[in-house]
Design a protein. Structure first.
Length: 332
């Protein structure tokens, strides 16, 4: 059995205690933690230096200082450090750690110097998640200049029990609303990886980690592409961003949404904005259990037989997908 936690949205400026990490570490003790983006916030107003979108036009040195400060503050959260101490941590980014609210890396007017800097500082954070130093390192680019050209943060991790974790990059190649989220090259690379893995080892479970959920992807052609993949491969999508939790038995491909891990709780409880949320996957060769928790209470769970992976094509699927709405079984 391998135990994997997945979560998103950690704001050390508004929530320096982040007590959900203690619940995660003391009760569940995951071997792997997947951070699905928004691990820091530079803009959000309400205590942050910038309102939403302002970092895009900030002086480069100020941008660098504020982003490095946000990572440093997150690293100093004691509950976070305790939770990751004995786990392997795998991180992707979303808009707030890419740089600013609703950032799109493929727009022609996106400032490349800030993209390069964001990528470099994110990789510094990723390295810290591996090495787990006592103190977070100094800013290598205090003036913001000199960061190397940005590449993709996409990666693939092999996990026990025939599981592959695909860490996608949903910001570097994102076009304007209605356009691609991953970009053609990343889509092609991911599709080829799934084909090659399944040809070599049938029955692999593919966990696709993305920063935003199905509601965001529905506006992109990448959504139909992913649905097509889900007719041929065993896929569970892990999503963040929404400050809520979701596990919809009718969703296709299967998706679990887990957010937010650490946000200030609003004075009036909101049914659509939650904090202290995380998900747990318990996986062995035969089954997968998905569980979603809010403030230590189990809210949603589902047990899936890996030998009969649900592949369901909803009504109204695009023409490049099977038209039937019945589950597609894979023979064993």
């Amino acid at each position: 059995m391998v135990k994997i936690a997945f979560l998103s949205c950690c704001d050390a400026i508004r929530d320096a205690r982040q007590k959900a990490w203690d619940e995660l570490a003391e009760v569940h003790r995951p071997e792997h933690i997947v951070m699905l983006g928004d691990s820091i916030y530079m803009d959000y107003g309400l205590g942050h230096k910038y309102d939403n979108g302002q970092p895009r036009g900030a002086p480069l040195a100020d941008f660098s200082a504020e982003m490095h400060r946000a990572y440093t503050l997150q690293w100093r959260v004691a509950s976070f450090r305790r939770a990751i101490r004995d786990a392997r941590v795998h991180a992707i980014w979303d808009d707030h750690d890419f740089g600013w609210n609703n950032a799109c890396g493929a727009l022609p007017d996106t400032p490349r110097d800030k993209v390069n800097l964001s990528h470099a500082l994110f990789q510094q954070f990723r390295q810290a998640l591996v090495q787990k130093p006592a103190d977070y390192g100094p800013n290598p680019w205090p003036q913001g200049s000199g960061a190397p050209p940005a590449g993709s943060i996409a990666a693939m991790v092999e996990l026990p029990h025939r599981v592959r974790l695909h860490l996608t990059d949903g910001r570097s190649f994102r076009e304007a609303e209605g356009g691609s989220i991953l970009g053609q090259a990343q889509r092609h690379a991911l599709e080829q990886a799934l084909v090659q893995i399944d040809a070599a080892e049938p029955g692999v479970l593919h966990l696709i980690a993305r920063g935003t959920d199905a509601a965001d992807w529905a506006r992109s052609p990448d959504n139909d592409w992913l649905r097509g993949l889900a007719t041929r491969h065993d896929i569970l999508v892990l999503s963040g961003d929404r400050h809520n939790l979701k596990l919809d038995a009718a969703a296709w491909p299967l998706e679990a949404v887990s957010s937010a891990m650490a946000q200030t709780t609003p004075p009036i409880p909101s049914p659509i904005k939650r904090s202290e949320v995380f998900g747990i996957l318990d996986i062995d060769d035969a089954s997968l259990r998905v569980s979603l928790y809010h403030r230590g209470e189990l809210k949603k769970t589902r047990l899936i037989d890996r030998g009969q992976w649900p592949r369901q094509v909803p009504q109204g699927a695009s023409s490049n997908c099977p038209a039937s709405s019945a589950a597609i079984g894979r023979p064993r």
